[in-house]
Write a protein that binds this ligand. Structure first.
Ligand SMILES: [Zn+2]
Length: 317
């Protein structure tokens, strides 16, 4: 136990700071998550391990204020709404949301991770979709502005994303699945071991990473999205007589498109057959038509294809 003066209030489960108007202490918890706009004064990390923060640290040498009240919990700590300073002691990792405190004094931390290269264009604490806590699952459709997560091992699925969006992730072990079309996601990571899975028709970039081992995992475009007519479909009606058939088939081992030269997920081969059929079997071929290639970059058909639910699941795997 960390020395607190006065004796701290012990709560069961998570410890939450909500509504304090005087300096308050929080300690002897595992991870501490600091919400956006949570601390009206300074946040002091007097003794902690890693601090992952979207609030830059201020010059040190500042003594933490004495507190009249301190809280300790059994599990994690959540700092939600305190009008004055907050002092953290004896905590493990600390995760600080954008605008989480007026100032951050992290002199007592083992290590601080902060990447100030980019800022979300709109405050993440104002997004309509925010998932906070531990182990929650949620599904949303085409959110405006973006989505935010604060906590650990949460899973958020965004379906039908059709607008550019910000994905703001604070904590560790969280997973975001983005599905949709023609939209771009800008991802901010504050923490570690978070993953954003991105569907094949979306793009995503990491705007800033205050932490480590975070990942954006983009699913490849399936060949079925570029194929208009499969070989089976082309041959379905060719039972008797002469037929000129065209179809496309996937080329699985090609990373580069022989037609346009791009690096591609979905290279396909266009085939033609002009033949005489008897009971569905080609008995005489007039022209095999050679072959040509296409991919998702040079095809004119990608926009017309919509995936079935199971193809979408496959594509996201
Ligand atoms: Zn191509």
């Amino acid at each position: 136990m960390t020395d607190w003066d006065p004796k701290p209030e012990q709560v069961t489960g998570d410890a939450r700071l909500v509504g304090d108007t005087e300096p308050v202490g929080l300690g002897d918890t595992e991870d501490v998550f600091v919400h956006g706009d949570a601390v009206g004064g300074d946040l002091h990390v007097a003794d902690g391990e890693y601090v992952f923060t979207d609030v830059p640290t201020e010059s040190e040498g500042v003594t933490p204020p004495t507190v009249d009240r301190a809280v300790t919990g059994e599990e994690d700590g959540y700092v939600e709404d305190v009008a004055d300073d907050v002092v953290l002691r004896g905590v493990e990792d600390v995760f600080v949301h954008h605008d989480g405190a007026n100032a951050l004094r992290a002199g007592g931390a083992e290590q601080v991770y902060h990447d100030g290269d980019a800022q979300p264009t709109k405050l993440p604490q104002s997004y309509e979709v925010t998932l906070s806590g531990w182990n929650h699952t949620r599904e949303v459709r085409d959110p405006r502005d973006g989505v935010a997560i604060l906590g650990a091992t949460n899973e958020l699925t965004v379906r039908d994303l059709a607008h550019d969006a910000t994905v703001y992730v604070v904590g560790w072990g969280n997973e975001v699945h983005l599905e949709g079309r023609d939209a771009e996601a800008s991802v901010f990571f504050v923490g570690r071991d978070n993953t954003v899975h991105v569907g094949p028709y979306l793009s995503a970039t990491a705007a800033a990473e205050s932490g480590f081992d975070n990942e954006i995992d983009r699913a490849p475009i399936p060949a079925s999205a570029v194929i208009q007519t499969s070989k089976e479909e082309a041959h379905a009606d060719a039972t008797f007589g002469r037929h000129k058939l065209t179809w496309q088939e996937p080329v699985d081992d090609e990373q580069w498109c022989p037609n346009c030269g791009s690096e591609a997920d979905a290279v396909i081969r266009r085939r033609q057959r002009d033949a005489l059929f008897l009971f569905g079997v080609p008995i005489r071929t007039y022209d095999d038509g050679g072959e040509s290639f296409e991919c998702e970059h040079c095809t004119r058909h990608l926009g017309e294809v919509s995936l079935t639910e199971s193809e979408r699941r496959d594509a996201l795997r």
